[in-house]
Design a protein around this ligand. Structure first.
Ligand code: GTP
Ligand code: MG
Length: 331
């Protein structure tokens, strides 16, 4: 294409053109794709010059309407954000914490020590997502990536019954994928697209997200590799949630005392690397028979704590537990 010729750019003469062409950059689209850092590296020109040339190239592409696609996709992103839905937790306390429920197009990370209720929360959300929108659900199915063999259909049955739902129908809408190693865990998600579409999946659970990575990559030497692989998975999870307008939950077990790998327990899974706007972090903590949930560094939620309990109905409001006890006592 004539208009994409390198020498159509101001300041790009025959010498620069030859340098760029030798480096495999044949037109101004190539320039924009490679970016100034790489252009400077492969041509030996100084960084400032490379930046100028790439900026001009981008400007020209915009003027010619060739990279208008970026702007369209921004509009698409905006439109898409209007579609964000919420899935109620079925409790007043946790809905307060989540401002109505967990969001679609977002990853909600739940971390906490063993027995803090992470898996129970996942099971409860598997039922709640199936409720009608009026009831706080998304009328959707679930993809449950089970890495620790802790998915229990019996728990689904009892939570469904407690919600007055048909347990068989509820079970039918949950697709369980057992991940045997971290590579398999990534593969399951990479191949999940058609399954998500066909089954109108509105919730993807990964319980736990970090466990297999932690088990396989032992020792300090492999720490950064583990983190990279885990981040790959989490990024894919966020992208999948955004693309299919699903909610995603990823759990992570941390020690109650600061964990060696994760450092400060309030800095879970990917640490700073997975600082994505569509990620919410919730910390679950045991406190006797009760549980405490704390929202951690969310841009959209106030940092607050709520108290919840675990019952046969899944995650529950503490007062309901008290009410039930009182009822039992009076009977
Ligand atoms: P790890 O996976 O070990 O890190 O723990 P977790 O955070 O996933 O804990 P999980 O969600 O499995 O919580 C286990 C706790 O839930 C148990 O200790 C019980 O207190 C509670 N729980 C599980 N099922 C029931 C139930 O049917 N009734 C009641 N009342 N509590 C339950
Ligand atoms: Mg668990």
């Amino acid at each position: 294409m004539e208009e994409l010729r390198l020498d159509s750019l101001d300041g790009v003469g025959p010498v620069t053109t030859k340098k760029l062409t030798d480096a495999g950059i044949h037109n101004i689209m190539d320039l924009v794709v490679r970016g100034p850092v790489e252009v400077a590296e492969i041509t030996g020109m100084d960084k400032e010059t490379a930046e100028k040339i790439v900026n001009k190239a981008r400007q020209q592409l915009v003027e010619e309407g060739l990279i208008a696609k970026d702007f369209v996709s921004a509009t698409e992103i905006y439109k898409r954000r209007q579609d964000i839905g919420k899935i109620s937790t079925g409790t007043n306390c946790l809905d307060l914490l989540f401002d109505g429920g967990i969001e679609t197009q977002a990853l909600t990370e739940v971390y906490g020590e063993f027995g803090s209720g992470k898996t129970q929360f996942c099971h409860t959300m598997c039922v709640n997502v199936q409720k009608t929108k009026e009831e706080g659900g998304q009328e959707g199915g679930v993809l449950y990536i089970d890495t620790e063999n802790t998915f229990r259909p019996e728990r689904i049955v009892s939570i469904a019954k407690a919600n007055g739902m048909d347990p068989e129908k509820v079970l039918d809408r949950i697709i369980v994928a057992r991940a045997y190693n971290s590579a398999h865990q990534i593969l399951i998600l990479e191949e999940a697209g058609p399954i998500i579409k066909e089954n109108n999946i509105k919730l993807i659970v990964t319980d736990s997200a970090a466990g297999l990575f932690r088990a396989e990559y032992l020792g300090r030497g492999t720490l950064s590799e583990r983190q990279q692989r885990l981040n790959k998975f989490l990024h894919l999870l966020v992208r999948t949630a955004e693309t299919y307008n699903c909610a995603a939950i990823a759990t992570n077990q941390v020690m109650s005392s600061p964990d060696v790998f994760f450092g400060d327990p309030t800095r879970p899974i990917g640490g700073n690397i997975v600082a994505h706007t569509s990620t919410y972090r919730v910390y679950f903590k045991k406190s006797g028979k009760k549980r405490i949930a704390r929202m951690v560094d969310s841009p959209h939620h106030p940092e607050q704590e709520v108290i919840f309990t675990l019952t046969e109905a899944g995650v529950s409001d503490p007062e309901e537990e008290t009410k039930k006890k009182k009822k039992e006592e009076s009977e």
